[in-house]
Design a binder for this molecule. Structure first.
Ligand code: 2IP
Ligand code: CA
Length: 397
């Protein structure tokens, strides 16, 4: 089934091209923002913006997957609805058409007759892209396609994407804000068990060429299914280990100081407790996808978030990659509440069931908060330190 993952890698790159193209033409970008409708509004922002780029990316992913794997297109779920209303009050469903000209025509109706913008967008949407990974090409694995469901976040960290800062400096490798915090997230899960199986994180804006102002991106993937665990950082990690001719001993794994990435909107009580566990190594950063990527990259041990404002599409891709690395993403509230005797199984986030009694986006919220980690040992030690540093009321909330 690695052909599905290969195709997801390719469509994520197409999505990254669209994201870059829109950002690079400021005049075009200004036209593409539209305020979110009530039910879809993320609680955190008074005026959240939905961009046409966002919707287009989601549609491109859906329709490219459907044409290669018939039936899979309608098992792709995301945050965005593809309905637009233009200045004339006309309702338009944004869908990829079979030719570039037809797509341009449809887009120009959404863009109130702006032909140059519509043509530019249609061109990048229909452009062929080529992104492969030799490791994936040689991988033979069969996952029954009828058990698959897919969560897509076409552009995570929309706020940073719209703001578009290109000159934010990283703190020990972690960008607190800026275009580097924007990611395209595609996570595949098992519709029967709810467990994440495959994930792609595409980071469209990693470094900018200062003379051409063009951005270069990077793409990460992972697969975890019935004992097969494989991910894109495997090669660089095993090379690093060979160079150092040793892996980390369990002693240093337990004693090394902890580092964590946190949301800028994290509660003060949690922030203070995490700071007591991690000392100076607490890094606030934008983007749920980006913060999980920091854990994947080894820039932080932990991404912890106590609020209920991340959703299945924010966590599924990174969760699959972290599973492939021996880690995972767990429900924070359940972790703090369970007593250590309850056994070894951790409360991994699941992706197939709605939250009972919720409505709108909250149906799919990670409602107990989350903790993303790469090493189980490190997570256990972190949790025991965190619990000691939290008052009894915080461990019960
Ligand atoms: C958002 C985005 C925010 C994040 C929030 C997500 O997704 O990743 O940055 O908040 O939880 O839902 P924070 O940065 O505080 O972690 P989107 O940008 O797609 O709405
Ligand atoms: Ca998101």
């Amino acid at each position: 089934m690695s052909d599905i993952l290969q195709e997801l890698l390719r469509v994520s790159e197409k999505a990254a091209n669209i994201a870059r193209a829109c950002r690079q033409q400021e005049a075009l970008f200004q036209l593409l923002i539209q305020e979110k409708k009530d039910a879809e509004k993320n609680k955190k922002f008074a005026a959240d913006f939905k961009t046409l780029a966002d919707v287009l990316v989601q549609e491109v992913i859906k329709q490219n997957m459907e044409s290669k794997f018939p039936g899979l297109g309608n098992k792709i779920y995301g945050e965005e609805s593809n309905e637009f209303t233009n200045d004339l009050g006309e309702k338009i469903t944004v869908e990829l058409q079979s030719t570039e000209e037809e797509t341009a025509e449809l887009l120009s109706r959404v863009l109130n007759g702006n032909v140059p913008a519509s043509e530019a967008l249609a061109k990048v949407v229909h452009e062929d892209v080529d992104l492969t990974d030799p490791t994936l090409e040689s991988l033979e694995i069969r996952i029954p396609p009828d058990i698959l469901g897919i969560w897509v976040d076409p552009i995570d960290s929309t706020y940073q994407y719209i703001k578009g800062s290109a000159d934010v400096k990283a703190n020990q490798g972690v960008f607190p804000s800026g275009l580097q915090c924007v990611t395209i997230l595609i996570g595949v899960y098992d519709t029967q068990t709810g467990m994440p199986l495959m994930g792609v994180i595409n980071q469209p804006f990693v470094s900018q060429n200062l003379s051409t102002l063009r951005w270069k991106g990077q793409c990460y993937w992972g697969l975890s299914y019935m004992g097969t665990n494989i991910h894109s950082l495997q090669l660089s990690i095993s090379q690093r280990n060979d160079d150092e001719t040793q892996t980390e001993s369990s002693d240093t794994e337990f004693s090394r100081p902890f580092s964590a990435v946190i949301s800028t909107s994290e509660k003060e009580t949690i922030k203070a407790a995490v700071a007591r566990v991690c000392g100076g190594s607490v890094f606030p950063a934008a983007g749920a996808g980006y913060k999980s990527l920091c854990v994947v990259q080894g820039l932080a041990d932990i991404y912890i978030f106590s609020e209920d404002t991340t959703y299945k599409w924010d966590s599924c891709a990174a969760h699959a990659i972290l599973r492939a690395m021996g880690g995972g993403i767990v429900d924070m509230k359940e972790c703090l509440e369970r007593s250590p005797q309850t056994g070894l199984d951790l409360p991994q986030l699941l992706y197939h069931m709605e939250n009972k009694g919720a409505s709108g986006v909250d149906l799919w919220a990670n409602k107990g908060g989350l903790i993303a980690y790469r090493s189980r040992n490190r997570l256990d030690t972190f949790l025991s330190h965190l619990i000691q540093n939290l008052g009894p009321s915080e461990t019960q909330t």
